[in-house]
Design a protein around this ligand. Structure first.
Ligand code: DGJ
Length: 742
């Protein structure tokens, strides 16, 4: 890994074994993009990559050069209004109304490691030699505006982290109207765009399309990164598949409004922009003030989609998530939400918890409904003190009783929200986001607290910290159940209202930071009605997130498969729930529900007292199985094998770092009678290791399993009743493979 600066050609080459990223200072002082792709040998001068030619109907910068037009040049941080007609990375509105700017090279520095981003989640380094950073300072002479472009190349994997800090070094205020985190100009558009989209209970479905001329984009204007679109984009070559080929993944470490877009111009070059959504953003910069953009992470691979995902998984597991739980297997939990909803007493909770303990569960989580007057959605949010009618000894008393059972105790909060029927709201009616003289819309009868105000965040912190200090709490589920409307803060002047969405998220991050610092042993799980804020920003504070409110095993195949494009198994909250399932009313076998949830943080979302003795036997086996294999399941190398978006069967697998243990999850949605023979070509095994298939008892070499395949055919050809337990819809199997050197 290295960052080289060639003075004679004013070229920077950032490289590691996997990738090269080359940029140069062009004759007009702007930064040009020369190359982003597979590692190439270094040389003094790469400027020939900067292709220019004379084109009709083009505006040029120099009278003596009819080739140099920004419209046709690939750039690193482009502006609009001075020969480039594409969408810009940055827009600065000046006092005279102009938006034209010229960000020209001033200086640069190369540093070991990586700077922390003030107030924002970001990747980090821990040891020497893990990464190097280049910071290029550009300056607009007229306004005195300065843009520092941060690039960090990691030693392992084709990873480049980018962000920008904009500083007003002049004495007149300016208004940032757009400040994207990343601009990537590529020389062709021969890519397939893949995004993770959906909605509540249908998050992270993979959608693909070819790039066409014009702008294609996705994002969020909801205040949260959203169920609708995840802040993640893949551009893969058309022939790329899971096993081979080029792909570029772009992931934004941010939890608020965002936009990721690709613009194909008339000559088939491609501009990708990723950052805060410009339409709901503006930021006033007075003289001397700075604005830091969120970080965007670019992963390049020429080894297929699985390799791209594994690169993200490793990075986000080890160098984005932090703290005590980062590298630890996650406790198996029982959450009471789908078991009781709002209808519980302390004794009822203890009954659920006792049964859970008897089955081997480690953590009992009390969900919504324990505080204030919260017996329905209509009241209580904001009053973070126990409802003594339900919990006579408060949270302290309940947590003690749960711990006496031999379980850890976890608790639900929704810190950013308030019901109008709450003491907190009655005391501070002006602390919510709402526009004066306008309708105030609710979502689930709740309003969004103005987290752009420090005093509001402080007041919520005080309540949460009080509970955490006075009870034995090992886990917090941090929920967020509505998006923002009528976004306006009464605490900020008119010219700063464009800052509120971003300031709100900064407030959320600040509260997370404070709580995780003060209570470092507490495991945080983020949640926003399931996957409404399942994003890398949250992962920095909460190493796991409740991926979806949809706990049906079949629905979960698509959701977990899609999410795996970017997010590691250890980050995906996945639970076994009752049948008929509460979201889709489907009946799936208990075994399949667990077989899907194993590839997540694993837990139960039901009252185990309601299961039969036979089912309880199965649950005990499932928990014992998860305890035995969770290290591999949650931290092993994950491979997608067969896509639920393409057929009736889904398969994925994980392999331990020493390649001695592999677990293959195989799932079939509908039973097939007299179907074809089926097999799965496995990945990541040692060709010369002999693997015992614990499911069939047979032994096979790794090369057989990878090149010929693991046979998954049903020998009864799906004919009930001869086929037994697998002659059914929603069947699944877990193949455990134990390898030894032959
Ligand atoms: C939405 C979450 O996603 C659920 O798991 C549950 O915690 C409810 N909120 C509680 O209101």
């Amino acid at each position: 890994m290295g960052i080289v600066y060639h003075e004679s050609s004013r070229t920077f080459h950032l490289y590691n074994d996997a990738m090269s990223y080359i940029i140069m200072v062009m004759r007009n002082g702007h930064l040009g993009q020369l190359y982003c792709g597979k590692r190439i040998r270094d040389r003094e001068d790469f400027s020939y990559f900067l292709e220019t030619c004379e084109r009709p109907m083009t505006s040029y910068i120099y009278e003596n050069d009819r080739t140099f037009s920004l419209e046709h040049i690939r750039q690193e941080y482009p502006v609009f209004g001075t020969t480039d007609y594409r969408q810009p990375a940055v827009e600065v509105l000046q006092e005279n109304g102009s938006r034209v700017a010229e960000f020209q090279y001033q200086c640069h520095r190369i540093e070991e490691g990586k700077e922390k981003l003030p107030g924002l989640p970001a990747t980090y380094t821990e040891e020497e030699g893990e990464a190097q950073s280049l910071i290029v300072t550009l300056r607009d002479a007229v306004t005195g505006g300065e843009a520092e472009l941060f690039y960090t190349i990691f030693a392992e994997g084709g990873i480049l982290a980018r962000s920008v800090r904009l500083t007003n070094k002049g004495d007149r205020p300016v208004q940032l109207e757009r400040a994207m985190s990343l601009c990537l100009d590529l020389p062709d558009r021969d890519y397939v765009w893949q995004q993770l989209s959906g909605c509540w209970a249908r998050e992270c479905h993979i959608h693909s399309r070819c790039l066409e001329p014009g702008v294609q984009s996705m994002g969020s204007m909801r205040g949260n990164s959203s169920h609708e679109h995840n802040p993640f984009l893949v551009l893969r070559r058309p022939h790329t598949d899971e096993r081979q080929g080029e792909a570029i993944g772009i992931s934004l470490i941010y939890s608020g409004n965002f936009r990721i877009q690709a613009e194909v111009d008339a000559h088939d070059t491609l501009r990708v922009l990723a950052g805060i959504e410009p339409d709901t953003f503006s930021w006033r910069l007075d003289g001397g003030e700075s604005f830091q953009t969120p970080e965007a992470v670019l992963v390049y691979t020429d080894r297929g989609m699985n390799h791209m995902s594994q690169t993200f998984h490793r990075l986000y597991q080890r160098r984005l998530a932090r703290g005590y739980w980062r590298d630890r297997v996650r406790p198996i939990l029982n959450n009471n939400w789908e078991a009781t909803y709002f209808d519980f007493t302390e004794e009822r909770l203890l009954e659920i918890a006792s049964r859970a303990k008897a089955c081997g569960v480690e953590l009992f989580v009390l969900d919504d409904g324990w505080f204030g007057d919260r017996t329905s959605e209509r009241a209580g949010l904001g009053d973070w003190r126990a409802n003594r009618k339900r919990l006579p000894e408060g949270i302290g008393g309940l947590s003690r009783r749960i711990e006496e059972l031999g379980l850890k105790f976890g608790l639900w909060f929704e810190p950013e929200m308030v019901n109008s029927d709450s003491d907190f709201y009655r005391q501070h009616p002006d602390w919510i986001l709402e526009t004066p003289m306008r309708r105030r819309s609710h979502g689930r009868y709740q309003y969004v607290l103005d987290f752009s105000r420090k005093e509001v965040v402080d007041a919520i912190y005080a309540q949460m910290a009080e509970i955490l200090r006075n009870a034995s709490i090992s886990y917090i589920k941090w929920d967020m159940n509505r998006s923002i409307t009528e976004c306006f803060s009464k605490a900020w002047p008119a010219e700063r209202q464009g800052e509120i969405y971003h300031r709100y998220i900064l407030g959320v991050y600040a509260l997370y930071e404070r709580l995780t610092e003060e209570f470092p042993r507490v495991l945080f799980e983020s949640c926003a009605s399931g996957g409404g804020r399942f994003d890398p920003g949250m992962l920095y504070y909460a190493p796991q997130g409740w991926l979806s409110d949809n706990s049906d095993a079949v629905e979960r195949l698509k959701i977990q498969y899609g999410a795996s494009l970017c997010y590691p198994v250890s980050s995906m909250g996945a639970h076994v729930s009752v049948t008929p399932n509460h979201q889709v009313f489907r009946n799936t076998p208990l075994s399949t529900r667990a077989n899907v949830a194993y590839f997540g943080t694993f837990g139960y979302e039901l009252d185990l007292n309601k299961l039969t003795e036979e089912e309880i036997g199965q649950v005990k086996e499932q928990i014992a199985f998860m305890k035995k294999y969770r290290e591999v399941l949650q931290f092993g190398t994950f491979y997608r094998l067969q896509s639920p978006f393409e057929g009736n069967e889904t398969a994925w697998m994980v392999v331990s770092p020493d390649q001695k243990t592999a677990l293959v999850g195989w799932y079939r949605v509908l039973n097939v009678v007299n179907g074809r023979y089926t097999r799965l070509r496995l990945e990541g095994l040692k060709p010369d290791y002999c693997y015992r298939n614990v499911y069939t008892g047979s032994c096979h070499f790794g090369d057989e399993l990878m090149y010929a395949g693991l046979i998954t055919s049903d020998e009864t050809a799906g004919q009930a009743p001869a086929g037994g337990e697998f002659c059914t819809d929603f069947a699944s199997r877990i193949y455990v493979l134990e390898g030894t050197k032959a």
